[in-house]
Design a protein around this ligand. Structure first.
Ligand SMILES: *[C@@H]1O[C@H](CO)[C@@H](O)[C@H](O)[C@H]1NC(C)=O
Ligand SMILES: *[C@@H]1O[C@H](CO)[C@@H](O)[C@H](O)[C@H]1NC(C)=O
Ligand SMILES: *[C@@H]1O[C@H](CO)[C@@H](O)[C@H](O)[C@H]1NC(C)=O
Ligand SMILES: *[C@@H]1O[C@H](CO)[C@@H](O)[C@H](O)[C@H]1NC(C)=O
Ligand SMILES: *[C@@H]1O[C@H](CO)[C@@H](O)[C@H](O)[C@H]1NC(C)=O
Ligand SMILES: *[C@@H]1O[C@H](CO)[C@@H](O)[C@H](O)[C@H]1NC(C)=O
Ligand SMILES: *[C@@H]1O[C@H](CO)[C@@H](O)[C@H](O)[C@H]1NC(C)=O
Ligand SMILES: *[C@@H]1O[C@H](CO)[C@@H](O)[C@H](O)[C@H]1NC(C)=O
Ligand SMILES: CC(=O)N[C@H]1CO[C@H](CO)[C@@H](O)[C@@H]1O
Length: 759
């Protein structure tokens, strides 16, 4: 077995160097759509499905080769297999009438920017979900799955004290077969690992990797999976007090939910497509309610994208799938996980900072951030030096001001507070370089691009991360005097920081590069300096990886409160109740400070869990709507027939702008367009709603009818929205507005962003 993999790897490497003169084998996912097993799955159903996969592949490569080539047969809900094939074979198979798509088994990556091991701390004061918790019984008995790096079962976040029996609908289990296995309890009810896709692509099992060997189990050797899973559904962990930063209770969004880990990411966060498909197929079968996925690749067409395929089948089975938008911001068109059946999450700050004050010799005080527990030895001023002037003779000041490795002259730095500029190398690493050169502290200043965005990092020395403008102040102070001096206070937890939320600069942005008429991301949630369990301890991490499980947890609460709601209804409730404003009452801004955020940054806005529990109305979608969507973007009938259990005839005409999404985007307006939306009453009876429009600049928006009366529960009402350019040449770039439905007592506000650009 090993030598076979080795030969495969060698041949792969060879063919990279030489022109591919001999057949190159790679691993592929062959996607055949959905299964139509009918009712309860039987062992015979699964056998039949597997046999059909061997037969299909066998008809191309012979049954012997087929047996060797297939390493996954997807038999439960997702129909397909993963196999090692030659390129020509993959090409030929993709033409088979039953095959929807064939795509390379590629690695996706985790959406975390940084990760550090740390000890426990409170996670309070981020979002006011206390009453949503009570109302939704803390997400009791909702089952939240997480596709990630696995789970650390001994974490206190997964303690099952006080939990009732596991819901009887649960079919999952924990793989506790080895010493490193993961035992279940009544809180952590599932833990499985998927590594065949990794093995096929890399040529070695994850446990055989020379750099980092991970045991073949669902155990989390990385920390990311435990962090995201405990953010979504971790239980209460009281009394964490570390470094004097704070006393508090760590908890997830749905603290009484059951959780299940599906490990698909290995060795530093490589998550292969074939494993992702296998894990989602398994999770659907096991009976989860919410799937949280904090990873992604580059944007791909919906049915050559493992996360999109898996989440399509999950959504049609009533499962909410929540994914991170990615960390490729602040650039536009960087958001990933773009399918309309995915709930796509951006990241923003919370109102907490770990503040340290920098006092300069000229009596100026500057606020910085640090999560370092180190303090200066004595309470007095220290000499201050700009790293640009502390370079070694053979190094440029352009390098030393960034505090690059081997750039600093210890003679000049020793015993001083050193000013470094961010960029090129990691922030914590610069602190290590500074400490190595003998600095007693570090002031880390932003550059013109990073402006006001500061991070509380666990530096190895006393440190303060400060804004660009403040950095310029410090540098000009240094120039102004012969003996510049400074002092830095110990870092303290500060709550009520304003403004918050602010969109994180790393958060990926719209427009949607696959289907611009669907606004992405959908929502923003806390994703900067988030503290959660990583093992038996806690860590602070940032990324859309961290904001995604916040939404998963809140979706879990809604599932407990409204078990009969569709994934689209839950998503609509969270989107239409979101806020556009920060805690100053101002429109949410982006982290470079100079600009207001737009729906391309935050979708429908910042999540408000309390209001999401009772949205009044929802924009619902069912499987038929998704199939119509696929018809409209040009999928052929044969493909679409295979996505659903039954044959499906595309409607004569279905306009994409009419897709009942909770946001309205028209990326190609030709003077005027009229689109349709449908609202469903999930609130009181005999309630009248009125439309309030905020037209985007140079566009007139009208709604017909302007009033909707809902007499019964679950009643649906249609309305039309007409967008009209006020003049030729209007909205040549994207402009933004909103449509709001409010009821008489203004108890409910159902808001959708409107995003328009002229063709
Ligand atoms: C898991 O396996 C270990 C030994 O490998 C065993 O001690 C433990 O009881 C098992 N736990 C469960 C819940 O089965
Ligand atoms: C500071 O944090 C480190 C972990 O980064 C820990 O080992 C050390 O004990 C802490 N020191 C104090 C004084 O708390
Ligand atoms: C500069 O000189 C130092 C020794 O003084 C050496 O360690 C370092 O590698 C040199 N750096 C470069 C960029 O040549
Ligand atoms: C901040 O971001 C906005 C939007 O991306 C951009 O227009 C502006 O130039 C940026 N400002 C700075 C100072 O980087
Ligand atoms: C950064 O913050 C300062 C103080 O809050 C503010 O005056 C400034 O406008 C912000 N930066 C930018 C680029 O807007
Ligand atoms: C899906 O929703 C549409 C629009 O409300 C409705 O006409 C259709 O019957 C629904 N389909 C199913 C399968 O529920
Ligand atoms: C505007 O016209 C173009 C070209 O005819 C067409 O592709 C596009 O769909 C139209 N836009 C809308 C919103 O109908
Ligand atoms: C709603 O209105 C209808 C007719 O107008 C009436 O029959 C019904 O009793 C009302 N229901 C409630 C709950 O007020
Ligand atoms: C798995 C499955 O349902 N495959 C079907 C896909 O569509 C083709 C042609 O429409 C059918 O022949 C297959 O049976």
């Amino acid at each position: 077995m090993n030598s076979q993999w080795f030969i495969l790897l060698v041949s792969f490497l060879f063919s990279l160097c030489l022109s591919p003169a001999f057949a190159l084998k790679k691993s592929y996912v062959v996607y055949l759509g959905g299964h139509s097993h009918g009712h309860e799955l039987t062992a015979e159903d699964l056998d039949r499905a597997t046999n059909s996969h061997y037969e299909l592949l066998g008809s191309y490569v012979g049954s012997e080769r087929a047996k060797e080539a297939i390493f996954y047969s997807y038999t439960r809900h997702i129909n397909g297999f993963a196999a090692i094939l030659e390129e020509e074979e993959a090409e030929a198979i993709s033409k088979h009438p039953e095959v929807v798509s064939v795509f390379l088994n590629r690695a996706r990556k985790l959406h975390t920017t940084r990760s550090w091991e740390f000890l426990g701390l409170e996670r309070d004061g981020n979002i006011g979900i206390a009453s949503a918790w009570k109302k939704a019984r803390y997400g009791e008995d909702t089952i939240i799955a997480n596709l990630d790096t696995g789970v650390w079962p001994e974490s206190q976040s997964f303690n099952d004290e006080g939990m009732g029996p596991v819901p009887s609908r649960w079919k999952g289990s924990c793989q506790n077969n080895t010493k490193a296995g993961v035992p279940c309890n009544k809180k952590l009810i599932g833990a499985k690992y998927f590594d065949k896709g990794y093995t096929a692509a890399v040529g070695k099992r994850p446990s055989e990797s020379p750099s980092a060997s991970e045991s073949p189990s669902a155990r989390d050797d990385n920390g990311h999976g435990t962090h995201t899973l405990s953010t979504a559904g971790g239980g209460f962990v009281p009394g964490a007090n570390v470094f004097g930063f704070g006393i508090g209770t760590a908890k997830g969004g749905s603290p009484k939910a059951r959780v299940a880990a599906y490990k698909v990411c290995w060795n530093g966060g490589l998550c292969y497509d074939a494993d992702v498909v296998a894990a989602i197929d398994e999770a659907i079968h096991d009976g989860v309610d919410v799937i949280s996925i904090s990873l992604g690749g580059s944007p791909l067409d919906y049915f050559v994208d493992s996360i999109s395929i898996g989440s399509f089948h999950a959504a049609t089975k009533g499962i909410v799938v929540v994914c991170s938008a990615g960390n490729e911001g602040p650039y536009l068109q960087t958001a990933v996980n773009l399918s309309p059946w995915i709930f796509t999450v951006a990241a923003s700050t919370i109102d907490r900072s770990f503040t340290t004050i920098v006092a300069l010799g000229n009596k100026k005080h500057i606020k910085g951030e640090s999560f370092s527990n180190k303090t200066l030895l004595k309470e007095s001023f220290y000499p201050l030096i700009d790293a640009a002037s502390a370079h070694l003779p053979n190094v440029s000041s352009a390098d030393s001001k960034l505090c690059l490795h081997n750039s600093l002259d210890p003679e000049k730095v020793k015993g001083k507070i050193l000013v470094c500029i961010i960029g090129v190398t990691g922030r914590v690493y610069k602190g290590e370089v500074a400490a190595l050169a003998g600095a007693v502290g570090m002031i880390l200043a932003n550059n013109v691009y990073s402006q006001n965005e500061t991070f509380a990092d666990p530096h190895v020395l006393p440190a303060a991360h400060i804004s660009y403008i403040d950095g310029e102040q410090v540098l000009s102070y240094i120039k102004s005097t012969k003996s510049p001096m400074a002092y830095m206070t110990r870092s303290r937890t500060e709550l009520g920081i304003k403004p918050a939320p602010v969109i994180a600069s790393f958060s990926s942005r719209g427009p949607n590069v696959i289907t611009p008429v669907i606004l992405k991301p959908d929502i923003t949630a806390p994703g900067v300096n988030i503290i959660a369990a990583t093992g038996t301890s806690f860590a602070m991490k940032s990324g859309t990886s961290m904001s995604c499980p916040h939404i998963s947890g809140i979706a879990g609460l809604l599932k407990t409160l409204h078990p009969d709601w569709s994934p689209a209804a839950i998503k609509s409730a969270i989107m239409t109740s979101a806020s556009y404003r920060d805690n100053n009452g101002e429109p949410i801004s982006i982290n470079n400070g100079s600009a207001k955020a737009t729906p391309f940054d935050y979708g429908a806005g910042h999540v408000r869990p309390n209001t999401a529990m009772d949205p009044g109305l929802v924009y619902d979608l069912n499987t038929t709507d998704y199939l119509n969507f696929l018809c409209a973007i040009g999928y052929n009938k044969a493909q679409i027939a295979n996505f659903s259990d039954k044959p499906y005839e595309c409607p004569e005409s279905f306009d994409l702008v009419d897709f009942n999404y909770p946001s309205i985007t028209v990326p190609n307006l030709n003077s005027s367009v009229t689109l349709t939306r449908r609202l469903k009453n999930v609130g009181g009876l005999n309630v009248t709603y009125n439309a309030v429009v905020k037209s985007p600049p140079e566009i007139t928006v009208s709604v017909e009818p302007k009033t909707l009366k809902f007499e019964t529960s679950l009643e649906e009402k249609e309305f039309k929205v007409t967008l009209k350019a006020n003049k030729a040449g209007a909205a040549t770039d994207y402009v933004f507005g909103s449509l709001l439905w409010t009821d008489d007592g203004k108890k409910h506000s159902v808001r959708s962003p409107i995003v328009v650009k002229s063709a």
